[in-house]
Design a protein around this ligand. Structure first.
Ligand code: UDP
Length: 376
């Protein structure tokens, strides 16, 4: 089969943020790309569709947040963001707490009103648990940051169902994604820029790919015909799973998957917040999203709620999260070394780099790859 019918300069595998940014920037420089995408749509896991005037995020809640002004300005060329600030509520056996861990949480948990009281409580619990300052895993890291009460009510159950393994077996960095602050501030992120695109994420990617120099083919699986693609294209940007690219020759990297169950209701407000986390171990889902609360100006009349259930990953499921523990990190190094030898292939994105990237980091990495390829 002939694929490079138009003398494309690049084959781009995957129409998520990395591949799309690369294709867009290549087109700006007069380079022609064929973008192939396994799914039926662009945008990768950021994909949203509109239902009853509400933007539904098909692969889980995506809130854009960054400190990187260059990335923020870049994405703002293709969309307008609302001023949504993520403020998550946690439900532990019917008790409600504000997240991330802040003075509201500490007050709800312990009743103290001052930062000093909260800090003393955390110190006391940390000392009683015998945790030193250098945390070796997620459990130790969590207790050393916010003490045993919050760890056992808001972290342990959620984390263990989210990752399908015990908290002491998980890397500490995962819990450091969440801010801990001694102010009454429920903003889930510490970043300067934050929002959700007013018309959803998908249109960002449609606009970026709208070029005479870019062709898009959906429902197209690179790995099903890897040899021909590799022969025909001078350069390839690959954003799929790195271990799959190499036929899992060193073994499978582990991923965590999730599945979603949605329901719509004749109501405008069921849970009063965009995201409620269910942090006890017994409830099988981790998060419940009510999409209209992300939009700020959703149409009236209906609401759509989606439950997020973590699940084990296997090759028939979507890979959402890399599991960056010691075993997988050392396995990934073998693949990385192999990838570095292939000069005509650029590996990118969460799956191509096996990194727990946020959206802004993927855009940032893609712009770096563009700079490396074309110069400043
Ligand atoms: N986490 C938790 N309780 C919560 C929310 C998060 O213990 O209510 C932990 C959990 O281990 C999770 C990690 O913090 O995997 C990072 O959370 P984040 O919301 O950043 O995860 P993501 O949105 O990427 O799934």
């Amino acid at each position: 089969m002939k694929y490079n019918t138009k003398n494309y300069d690049y084959l781009i595998v995957g129409a998520g943020p990395f591949g799309t940014t690369f294709a867009h920037e290549a087109a700006k420089r007069g380079k022609r790309s064929l973008v192939i995408e396994k799914r039926t749509h662009v945008g990768g896991n950021t994909y949203t569709h509109k239902e009853n005037g509400i933007n539904v995020h098909d692969y889980g809640a995506h809130i854009f947040h960054t400190d990187n002004k260059m990335v923020w300005d870049y994405v703002n060329q293709f969309t307008e963001f609302n001023c949504y600030i993520n403020q998550v509520v946690a439900d532990y056996k019917g008790e409600l707490y504000n997240l991330p861990f802040n003075m509201n949480t500490f007050y709800q948990m312990w009743g103290g009103k001052t930062p000093e009281e909260a800090a003393a409580k955390i110190e006391e619990q940390k000392a009683a648990a015998g945790i030193s300052s250098s945390a070796k895993n997620l459990e130790e890291q969590a207790i050393s940051l916010i003490g045993t009460d919050i760890y056992s009510k808001l972290i342990k159950g959620y984390t263990e169902k989210q990752w399908g393994r015990k908290a002491p077996e998980l890397p500490a960095f995962i819990i450091r994604r969440l801010p801990v602050r001694f102010t009454f501030d429920n903003n889930y992120f510490n970043h300067r820029y934050q929002g959700v695109p007013i018309d959803g994420y998908t249109s960002i990617f449609e606009r970026m790919l709208d070029s005479e120099l870019i062709d898009l083919q959906t429902n197209m699986d690179f790995l099903a015909d890897k040899v021909s693609y590799m022969e025909e294209f001078p350069k390839i940007v690959y954003t799929g799973m790195i271990d799959a690219f190499f036929g899992y020759k060193y073994g499978e990297l582990e991923y965590r998957s999730v599945r979603f169950e949605s329901e719509s209701f004749e109501s405008e407000n069921i849970q009063g917040n965009a995201v409620i986390n269910y942090t006890d171990a017994e409830i099988p889902f981790t998060r419940l999203m009510e999409w209209r609360h992300f939009d700020q100006k959703a149409d009236k009349g209906k609401t759509i709620l989606t439950k997020e259930y973590p699940q084990d990953w296997d090759r028939t499921k979507e890979a959402y999260y890399p599991v960056n523990d010691a075993r997988n990190s050392s396995l990934f190094k073998f693949y990385r070394e192999e990838a570095d030898k292939l000069r005509k292939i650029i590996f990118g994105g969460r799956l191509g780099n096996y990194q727990y990237y946020d959206m802004d980091q993927v855009f940032g990495a893609a712009l770096k790859a563009v700079e490396k390829e074309f110069g400043k």
